[in-house]
Design a protein around this ligand. Structure first.
Ligand code: TMP
Ligand code: MG
Length: 328
């Protein structure tokens, strides 16, 4: 009898301790969470940050902080999202496809043709008065012609590294911090790009380090045994078919189902579909870089993205949010 009483008071003591620790941890988390939200709100008050629904954004960030790094995953576009749009001097930064323009091993004819294509199709890409459906066939045309041109110019595998070194392509400021921290905290990063996978890998190798938590979905070059480009692997990924990509049906998002808090970063409206393969219950905080024609496009971007960063060449805001989640 005495033994039973001893046991039950012991069990009561243990339960009390567990409950008290739980409450203490919860209170500590929610107090620090409120403090973190306040710091976050300060960062989000910066004049180049535009938010249509602040309450929604604050709630998402609060949930993400409470979920911590175990529930986090990041999905990012590459050109003009992970890479800069303009240099300090105001010079336009190359996209993956334009990274070859400054390579003197490539003919002037290639450069002229590629520039002609860009001048014609880029206007269509950023014209928000045209619907996605209208733009779609033009984008297929642009990518098809650009890829044919790359094959015709006799590009070799060896030219990739030299081309990236000669180009002005550069990661957005503080992207290195982001890559390092996501790696240290084992948070998966999907880079989903309509650019060129071989160039993206080279940029990351040259300007940072490629980590095992990074998965790249992009257009990959197909080289023959002599190392000459003969075509591209798989279906073309262009700016408006990111919703159709095989990644959505693959097990990528399924394996990461428990990571239900997604930070999505893009610079085009097509990037909003990059996490379509994630489960319906996932929460997505959409951060959009509005690089060009800011005044004209701001309202459309504010309707589409939760947070719009206008003409901001840094990763400061995404980093500030991610830092709070990683440290919570
Ligand atoms: P992203 O999905 O990584 O942003 O890559 C797509 C960008 O590449 C898009 O902004 C258009 C640009 N692009 C060029 O600059 N030159 C080209 O030849 C092609 C096909 C695309
Ligand atoms: Mg982009």
């Amino acid at each position: 009898m005495v033994k039973i009483e001893h046991r039950s008071s012991f069990l009561f003591g243990v339960s009390f301790l567990v409950a008290a620790t739980g409450i203490w941890t919860w209170r500590r988390r929610s107090t620090s969470c409120t403090r973190e939200i306040r710091t976050m709100v300060d960062a989000l008050n910066h004049p180049n940050v535009h938010i249509k629904d602040r309450q929604h954004v604050n709630k998402l960030i609060q949930n993400f902080i409470q979920g911590g790094k175990q529930k986090l995953q990041v999905v990012a576009d590459f050109d003009r999202t992970m890479s800069r749009f303009k240099s300090e001097e105001g010079e336009i930064i190359a996209t993956c496809h334009n990274a070859l323009d400054n390579n003197d091993q490539i003919s002037d004819k290639f450069r002229m043709e590629a520039t002609k294509l860009r001048d014609y199709y880029y206007k269509i890409e950023i014209d928000d008065s045209l619907s996605k459906e209208v733009k779609y066939p033009y984008m297929v045309e642009w990518w098809t012609k650009a890829h044919d041109l790359l094959v015709d110019c006799g590009l070799t595998r060896d030219m990739i590294s030299y081309s990236v070194k000669r180009s002005n392509i550069v990661l957005r400021d503080k992207t290195s911090w982001l890559l390092k921290e996501l790696h240290v905290h084992d948070v998966p990063l999907l880079i989903f790009s309509a650019g060129l996978g071989d160039i993206i890998e080279e940029v990351i190798h040259q300007q940072h380090t490629m980590y095992s938590n990074i998965h790249i979905v992009s257009n990959y070059m197909d080289f023959n045994n002599q190392g000459t480009l003969v075509g591209f692997k798989g279906e073309i990924i262009h700016i408006y078919n990111k919703n159709e990509n095989a990644i959505h049906e693959s097990d990528y998002f399924e394996k990461l189902q428990h990571r239900e808090n997604i930070i999505l970063m893009g610079d085009s409206l097509g990037d909003l579909n990059m996490a379509d393969g994630a489960s319906d219950s996932a929460d997505i905080l959409k951060i959009g870089f509005l690089n060009d024609k800011v005044e004209e496009r701001l309202n459309v971007y504010k309707d589409a993205y939760d947070i719009v960063l206008a003409a901001d060449e840094t990763m400061d805001i995404p980093n500030a949010i991610i830092r709070q989640v990683l440290e919570s």
